[in-house]
Ligand binder design. Structure first.
Ligand code: ATP
Ligand code: MG
Length: 317
């Protein structure tokens, strides 16, 4: 089966002044099959959002390549490229506060993609009403402005805006973290239904490992700009290989507070290290309980293992 989305050594570095370079995304190679949900998980600051945005052309990449449906994506997206690819690739943004234009009504925000396609106004109104209902909002509220909605409601406006044009590929950047638990399940079910009915392919970004496991077919674990482990979501979750993945699994809060209290083995590995002016060697070396001399000199590459798994760690060579 041909892959739908592919990146090769994709990098996005930011110049942050005084000659300092922040390695937000530092060489990511991965593939997403058609109709697959790839979960991307990692701590805050690991570069998940930057990867998603760079992939669909919202950031110009520093180096590397990205492909969509077999063709290379432009190095730098022009306005025309954005229009062309927005018919195929959409993003549900992480921050529901800054991602909706405060001066546009919900009708205009959600209907924008259809207007670009030249859809008549009356049809836009009907389809916006339909999508607002599908994401659990009141269709009568389409003449309101974003500030009249809660964070969770805005997130759902963002979902409707991305889905209304029936894209093939959607980057879902923490699409449910701003939502109440009851609404989370509703949105997860909606994404799943859309995956089936539209044949949708998703990059599902979250820092909650158990959520990513539940939603995704495969997952990729990201640490400081690199992917350290990939594989079928359940296998990675229940049989983590990389020391960082193990750390994430063990520090993942257990939904049952009783079990969580009695677990008693919270690893304390300190904070994520800085992505500025990074040195050679494994990015996780400073926090790794199994660090070896070699890990501080050489950078481990992702190596294919059996069962469709990959691990970037010298322990598994
Ligand atoms: N426009 C920018 N300019 C400079 N640095 C940036 C920019 N965007 C992101 N960064 C930095 O890049 C790194 C990765 O950020 P990113 O937002 O991609 O992480 P994330 O994994 O999505 O985190 P979170 O879970 O908090 O959303 C961080 O150190 C961040 O400060
Ligand atoms: Mg993010």
């Amino acid at each position: 089966m041909a892959v739908l989305v592919k990146t090769e050594n994709l990098k996005k570095h930011f110049h942050i002044g005084r000659g300092q370079i922040l390695h937000a995304v530092d060489g990511i190679s991965l593939t997403i099959d058609p109709n697959e949900i790839l979960g991307l998980v990692g701590e805050s600051g690991s570069g998940k959002s930057t990867f998603g945005k760079t992939l669909i052309g919202l950031h110009t990449r520093t180096s590397g390549q990205a492909y969509y449906d077999g063709s290379p994506l432009p190095d730098e997206f022009t306005t025309r490229d954005h229009l062309k690819y927005s018919q195929e690739m959409q993003m549900i943004f992480q921050d529901p506060y800054s991602s909706l234009n405060p001066r546009m009504t919900v009708l205009d925000i959600v209907g924008e993609g259809l207007r670009i396609q030249g859809t008549p106004g009356s049809e836009i109104r009907d389809r916006v009403a339909d999508w607002l209902t599908r994401v659990g909002l009141n269709a009568d509220h389409m003449s309101r402005y974003p500030h009249e909605f809660s964070g969770g409601q805005r997130q759902r406006i963002g979902i409707a805006r991305a889905m209304i044009i029936e894209p093939k590929f959607v980057v879902c950047d923490e699409p449910i973290s701003a939502l109440d638990v009851s609404v989370q399940a509703q949105v997860i079910n909606l994404l799943d239904e859309l995956k089936q009915s539209l044949g949708l392919t998703l990059l599902f970004i979250a820092h909650d490992l158990s959520m990513v496991r539940y939603v995704s077919d495969r997952m990729a674990v990201m640490y400081l700009g690199s992917v350290v482990e990939t594989g079928p979501a359940n296998d990675v979750f229940f049989d983590a290989q990389h020391p960082y993945t193990k750390f994430l699994v063990e520090s993942n809060p257990e939904p049952d507070p009783e079990i969580e209290r009695n677990r008693g083995h919270q690893p304390i590995l300190g904070e994520i290290t800085s992505p500025v002016n990074v040195q050679p060697g494994c990015r996780f070396a400073d926090r790794c309980p199994q660090v070896m001399d070699r890990c501080r000199r050489e950078t481990p590459e992702l190596i294919a293992k059996s069962g469709g798994r990959e691990v970037a760690c010298f322990l598994f060579e």
